[in-house]
Write a protein that binds this ligand. Structure first.
Ligand SMILES: Cc1cc2nc3c(=O)[nH]c(=O)nc-3n(C[C@H](O)[C@H](O)[C@H](O)COP(=O)(O)OP(=O)(O)OC[C@H]3O[C@@H](n4cnc5c(N)ncnc54)[C@H](O)[C@@H]3O)c2cc1C
Length: 383
């Protein structure tokens, strides 16, 4: 079915089969899937232009088959990002252990240029006929026989209607919250990032470095375009206790490490300093409803797992199939999607517990105790 064109004033046509909230990898993957394989009328609403300071996600070669499904050629794609050959970690002891992607047999991973990655996926969605509204502010979303979405874009009011809505709004999880969907959250982790306008020395150029401390763990990653991100991951309460939102305190903590310190000393003043929520949680999505969620809005993971981007793409694809079935009045896929999401999260929690248990140097430290007991201490998301 042809996608209704924008009118002469640039206002998008109002009626869609599916509206997607959020234009990160999950939203873009859902839009591409719906256009490429379903031919439905799709609009995607993204509230802002992309932020140049992004965490510098590392992705494994397991991402490539998903991109291939979305019609994105590996060769062209790889050139836009920095190759990642290995992870080095001082985790469980002060010694650095290097794990090389080479031995996975799938080739190297990548340090993503997130702005380029997100823009590429949205361009592909638009090329296939999805209407991409960016930046557009979502003012109101009202359920009914058809969803009604009130938006504002460049000062103009827009009203969209849709048979189905997919929440891909990341950790904001706009619709998951609005619909009162139950969410299981296992912790309150946060990451404090400093972004530097300098690359790494050649021998360190294409690997990440992780190092634990009594209060959490440091992460250093090269970013494309000669930049570097250094982050400290800890619990919200520790962040406040150690005053780690103060860049001077944060740097002192970094300089007390064994491996990160040497690299930190050589870096210039950071360009930006950001805090991100990085807690893990999963939503119990409805089995049969005119909406679902994908990506971080559906489930999010500790960055140590490097699961986020791959999950965003695969769940975006899966959610698109659920939406397509619903629009075609075929039920049943919602339930299998929900169950696979919960099963994936359960496996992740077990793996994460095993991983954190392997650091035994500070058994009394709150951060490490909480990681191992995370599921027992599971809390419900407020609101
Ligand atoms: C510090 C940190 C480090 C990470 N490291 C890694 C890593 O190394 N490897 C990895 O694979 N993953 C990593 N991740 C996870 C990864 O970044 C996320 O899992 C991934 O971005 C999720 O994609 P998404 O599309 O679900 O959400 P997002 O990328 O968050 O996109 C959601 C979009 O929705 C938009 N939005 C929100 N609310 C609205 C609204 N009301 N209206 C319209 N639009 C809205 C937002 O502007 C945003 O663009 C990391 C995450 C963090 C925070």
């Amino acid at each position: 079915m042809a996608v209704p064109a924008a009118d002469a004033g640039g206002v998008a046509a109002a009626d869609y089969d599916v509206v997607i909230i959020g234009g990160g990898p999950a939203g873009a993957a859902a839009a591409i899937t719906l256009r490429r394989y379903g031919g439905l009328r799709v609009a995607l609403v993204e509230r802002r232009p992309f932020d140049p300071y992004r965490p510098g996600e590392t992705v494994s070669p397991a991402l490539f088959p998903l991109l291939e499904y979305l019609g994105i050629a590996r060769e062209g794609f790889e050139r836009q990002h920095l190759r990642s050959y290995a992870h080095a970690a001082a985790w469980g002891s002060a010694d650095l252990v290097v794990r090389d992607f080479l031995f996975t047999g799938q080739g190297s991973g990548l340090h993503l240029d997130r702005m380029a990655f997100d823009a590429m996926l949205l361009d592909e969605a638009a090329r296939l006929g999805a209407v991409v509204l960016q930046p557009a502010e979502l003012l109101r979303i009202t359920p009914g026989p058809r969803w009604r979405l009130a938006l504002r874009q460049r000062g103009c009011a827009l009203s969209l209607s849709a048979a189905y809505v997919i929440d891909c709004s990341g950790r904001s999880s706009v619709l998951v919250r609005q619909q009162g969907c139950p969410v299981l959250q296992t912790d309150r982790m946060v990451g404090v990032y400093a972004y530097y306008p300098a690359g790494m020395a050649r021998e360190r150029l294409q690997q990440t470095l992780v190092e634990t401390t009594e209060q959490g763990w440091f992460y250093l990653a090269p970013l494309p375009q000669q930049r570097t991100a250094v982050a400290f991951m800890t619990d919200a309460e520790t962040l406040r206790g150690l005053d780690l939102l103060d860049p001077a305190c944060w740097r002192r903590h970094g300089l007390a490490t064994e491996h990160i310190a040497g690299l930190l000393r050589d870096l210039p003043e950071p360009q930006a300093f950001r805090q991100y929520p990085i807690h893990s949680r999963v939503a119990r999505l409805p089995a049969q409803a005119a909406w679902t969620a994908a990506g971080d809005a559906a489930a999010c993971f500790d960055p140590i797992s490097s699961l986020g981007i791959g999950h965003a793409l695969s769940s975006g694809i899966h959610a698109a199939r659920v939406a397509h079935a619903h629009v075609g009045q075929l039920e049943g896929l919602g339930e299998s999607y929900r169950e696979s999401l919960l099963a994936h999260f359960k496996t992740y929690v077990q793996t994460r517990r095993g991983f954190y248990s392997s650091e035994r140097r500070w058994p009394q430290a709150g951060f490490w105790r909480r990681r191992v007991n995370a599921v027992d201490e599971a809390v419900k998301e407020p609101g």
